[in-house]
Design a protein around this ligand. Structure first.
Ligand code: NI
Length: 162
C-alpha cells in the first residue's frame, strides 16, 4: 500500500467507524502490517493508506503486530512526557511532542474480539499518535506553531531535492 503524505485532504478528515469486522478487515490489516514493516515504522493508521476508517496497526518491536479497530481512549494519565515522534506521512522530520505518559484504550482486534489495554512508554505514545490520525490530527499539530513552520519548511526542502 502507498503511504499518503502530508498535504492530502484525507489526513485531515475524521475517519469513519467500521461496521463489521470481516474478511475484508483481515485483508486490510494484513496489508497494513506489511506496509508498516516495509516502511520501517511502528504504527500506521487507516487514513495513511487511503482508508478513512477507524483502525490502526502498531508493531513496536517488529515482531508483534497488533490491530486496533474502532479504538476508544478511555483514560489518559495527568502526567505528561516529552518523546520524539516521526510519521510515515511526513518522512524525514521528527519533533519532541508532549503527551500523557499512560493511556487506557479499548478496541476490537481483527477477529472481532474486544480488548482493553493499559499502556505506557513507547506503546502509549504510538497509540496516541495513531489515534490522532483517526481524528485528522498530525503530530506537528501538537507542537508550537513556530516549530511546526520550521519542520514544514525542512520537509518541503527535502522533498524538493528528490
Ligand atoms: Ni503518523
Amino acid at each position: 500500500m502507498d503511504v499518503v503524505k502530508i498535504g492530502a485532504e484525507l489526513l485531515l478528515r475524521k475517519a469513519k467507524a467500521i461496521d463489521t469486522i470481516d474478511e475484508r478487515s483481515v485483508k486490510m490489516i494484513e496489508a497494513m502490517i506489511e506496509t508498516l514493516h516495509a516502511e520501517g515504522g511502528v504504527g500506521l493508521a487507516g487514513p495513511q493508506v487511503g482508508v478513512s476508517e477507524r483502525l490502526f496497526v502498531i508493531d513496536i518491536d517488529g515482531k508483534t503486530p497488533r490491530a486496533f479497530i474502532n479504538p476508544s481512549i478511555l483514560e489518559t494519565s495527568e502526567d505528561t512526557v516529552l518523546i520524539e515522534e516521526g510519521c510515515l506521512s511526513i518522512p524525514g522530520v521528527w519533533a519532541e511532542v508532549r503527551r500523557p505518559r499512560t493511556v487506557r484504550v479499548q478496541a476490537w482486534n481483527e477477529r472481532g474480539r474486544p480488548f482493553t489495554i493499559e499502556a505506557d512508554g513507547l506503546l502509549a505514545r504510538v497509540i496516541q499518535h495513531e489515534y490522532d490520525h483517526l481524528e485528522g490530527i498530525l503530530f506537528i499539530d501538537r507542537i508550537s506553531p513556530v516549530k511546526r513552520e520550521r519542520l514544514l519548511v525542512k520537509y518541503q526542502k527535502q522533498r524538493a531535492k528528490h
